[in-house]
Design a protein around this ligand. Structure first.
Ligand code: FAD
Length: 373
């Protein structure tokens, strides 16, 4: 039996950008209530597995730069401070910003606390079991991101490959790859950025993508992506033809290092290989390549293992959601999802995009709690 760690109305799991944005709106309700405005507010706490603030941003590589300027990378309430370096802000700048954001609003973040399982409370609401005791709450907002669930496709011969394999989550910079022959797999932003980043250090960089790389127009940044994602969702909701989501424009934001490598002809993508040899990779046409490292930039899945006991309704590989934006579980009252991807709000996996779904989620969670749910 684990000890009781706390009882709140709303428990937020995860203190990355999504959990903090929800925290901002819950904090604002409490502040307004204390000033006698806007009725009662729910109590809340935020649990986070990391030792330090910053969510996934603290694990990104040093040379990563945001797709957008600081002005278009802000959470609700508090603008990201200006970036004085070249290009767009670095991941470290985002970590500093998220730390300052927590402090500014005095958000009740408890860390390091890892949630193992969420169960139904026999008296209603939820029981959240962690490595530091059990919490009870009426509502749960899941904002656990995807960083801890890297996805790597299965490939024939992978177990016999004697070189090394790692995922985006293991990439912290080009130094360990100096002089190596590296294959980078993946036609998204991580693949393009890491392939470009490796060029000055690795002996050979082979970039492999399932379909030819699709670059967004060079002038498209995070603000334009946000506008596109929003337009797509609004049109679909009105039953009108969509102007096309972000995917209609391309997959890769041409941030300056990627653009430079591409324009210099150094980012030529090869088609996907079909399997491993003991010392490299092979294609269906019989071609082989000797390599030291295969770096999988093949994405993530939502980190939701702790919800297994609740068995929320699913839609494909993600929980089924409803609402506008769709952040509440379709069948589990008081259970919400925030930040993971477009399935829980347009552009909700971005700094600029998570504000609107966070506001709707905090409001819906409060309403659920205060209506006695
Ligand atoms: P996270 O940042 O992953 O935070 C989730 C938190 O939940 C973590 O602190 C984690 O420890 C905690 N957690 C998870 N499971 C548990 C558990 N069981 N118990 C307790 N705590 C738990 N977005 C932009 O807006 N602009 C960009 O330029 C941009 N560039 C990107 C570049 C790359 C290479 C990548 C991979 C992503 C980029 N993104 C960008 C997307 C953005 O970084 C992520 O979408 C964002 O970090 C997700 O935020 P989050 O709060 O949902 O999750």
């Amino acid at each position: 039996q684990s000890v009781m760690a706390g009882a709140v109305d709303v428990l937020v799991i995860g203190a990355g950008q999504a959990g903090l944005a929800a925290g901002f709106y819950l904090h604002r309700m409490a502040r307004d209530a204390a000033r006698g405005r806007g009725g009662p507010a729910p109590s809340f706490a935020i649990l986070d597995a990391n030792e330090q603030p910053g969510g996934a941003w603290q694990y990104y590589w040093d040379t990563l730069e945001l797709f957008s300027p600081a002005d278009y990378s802000s959470l609700p309430g508090y603008r990201m401070p200006a970036w004085t370096g070249p290009g767009n802000p670095s991941a470290a700048h985002v970590v500093d910003y998220l730390r300052a954001y927590e402090d500014r609003y005095g958000l009740p973040v408890h860390r390091p606390v890892t949630v193992h399982a969420i169960e139904d409370h026999p008296d209603g609401g939820y029981l959240t079991r962690t490595d530091r005791g059990t919490w009870t709450s009426r509502a749960v907002i899941n904002a656990t991101g995807s960083w801890r669930r890297p996805f790597v496709p299965r490939m024939p011969g992978a177990e016999d490959f004697t070189g090394s394999q790692l995922h985006t989550t293991g990439y912290r910079g080009r130094e360990p790859f100096a002089g190596q022959r590296v294959v980078v797999v993946g036609g998204g932003n991580s693949g393009a950025q890491i392939a470009a980043d490796l060029l000055p250090a690795a002996a050979e960089v082979t970039w492999v993508t399932r379909r030819p790389p699709r670059y967004l127009p060079d002038d498209v940044d995070g603000r334009a992506l946000f506008a596109l994602a929003t337009g797509h969702v609004q049109a679909t909701r009105r039953g009108e033809p969509s102007p096309g989501g972000v995917g209609s424009l391309g997959d890769i934001v041409a941030v300056p290092p990627v653009r430079q490598a591409r324009d210099a002809g150094r980012l030529q993508a090869q088609p996907m290989f079909s399997g491993f040899t003991p010392t490299g990779i092979r294609w269906d046409d019989g071609r082989k390549l000797e390599v030291d490292t295969v770096l999988w930039c093949t994405g993530f899945r939502p980190d939701l293992a702790h919800l297994r006991p609740l068995r929320p309704a699913m839609e494909g590989t993600v929980p089924a959601t409803a609402g506008d934006p769709p952040t509440r579980s379709r069948d589990r009252d008081g259970l919400f999802f925030l930040g993971y991807g477009d399935w829980c709000g347009p552009a909700s996996a971005t700094l600029i995009g998570v504000g609107a779904p966070a506001r709707a989620t905090a409001t819906a969670a409060a309403r659920h709690v205060l209506s006695g749910g």
